[in-house]
Design a protein around this ligand. Structure first.
Ligand code: KIV
Length: 273
């Protein structure tokens, strides 16, 4: 008998994710940015779809996640929502939309919820953005936290290397995770930190902990769809498992089409009116 959630057609909610953690059922999360791909991964049974600000990289071709705007995130989330029946859809709050003050942060989160119909937001950071998270939570908007490597702070870190290897940074991360749980975040992403530290956090907090480059001792995993499908070939960190090589498939299909057009093979007699 299958043990994954693919057979379970019920809508995924924040409460169901909490139940999954309680019964030890792993949570599978992927990013999506458009209607067609969101439809496919939802039909395949993914539990959570993240409209990640990684759209800035894989959709818009930017080097970092910083340039993507609130309007652009809303556009992506709106497209994703239309294709999803079952998965919980979480939308990243983009850089600059919540760091200013808690009033601005709430206004940004409300725009995401009202205009895109996403079901939750994700925010990068711990104690430094506590007030903003609390204000958003107080409006009834579910918040997913994000600690460890937080790509919106790349200019502060100066590198995408593994975070929290030292004692002080690990201690801050543990304190931040407890704080996010205590104020009411429904889940937490831990990105690129030592597996042992991630396992400890997952064991200590009651909310689901979703890892990316954080080992197998957490409650679920998330990957960027373009990376795991092999569309984005220029990114090969140790934590990434590629489940397909779509770049090669697409190249072959397009080359075949070009040949057929050039040789006059396409369209043939049955492909015209
Ligand atoms: O934007 C994104 O895709 C993310 C994931 C890597 C967690 O934040």
């Amino acid at each position: 008998m299958s043990t994954n959630t693919t057979d379970d057609k019920r809508k995924v909610t924040t409460m169901r994710l909490s139940e999954m953690k309680q019964r030890g059922e792993k949570i599978a999360m992927l990013t999506a940015y458009d209607y067609s791909m969101a439809t496919l991964i939802d039909q395949a049974g993914i539990d959570v779809i993240l409209v990640g600000d990684s759209a800035s990289n894989v959709m818009a071709g930017n080097v970092t996640t910083l340039p993507i705007t609130l309007d652009q995130m809303i556009y992506h989330a709106k497209s994703v929502i239309k294709g999803v029946r079952r998965a919980l859809v979480v939308c990243d709050m983009p850089f600059g939309s919540y760091q200013g003050n808690s009033k601005e942060a709430l206004a940004s989160a409300i725009r995401i919820m009202k205009e895109s119909h996403a079901e939750a937001v994700k925010m990068e950071g711990g104690a430094e953005i506590r007030e903003s998270i609390e204000r958003i939570l107080s409006a009834g908007i579910p918040v997913m936290g994000h600690l460890g490597l937080t790509p919106q702070s790349i200019n502060k870190f100066g590198t995408y290397a593994v975070r929290a290897k030292g004692e002080a940074e690990a201690a801050k991360l543990i304190a931040d995770a407890h704080m996010l749980e205590q104020i009411g975040c429904f889940a937490l992403v831990l990105e690129k930190i030592p597996a042992e530290l991630a396992s400890r956090v997952a064991a200590e907090v009651s909310i689901p902990v979703i890892g990316i480059g954080a080992g197998g001792g957490v409650d679920g995993q998330v990957l960027v769809m373009h990376d795991m499908l092999g569309i984005n070939q220029g990114f090969s960190p140790k934590f990434l498992r590629r489940y397909d090589d779509l770049a090669t498939h697409i190249n072959q299909a397009v080359s075949h089409y070009i040949d057929d057009v050039k040789t006059g093979d396409f369209p043939n007699a049955s492909e015209q009116y």
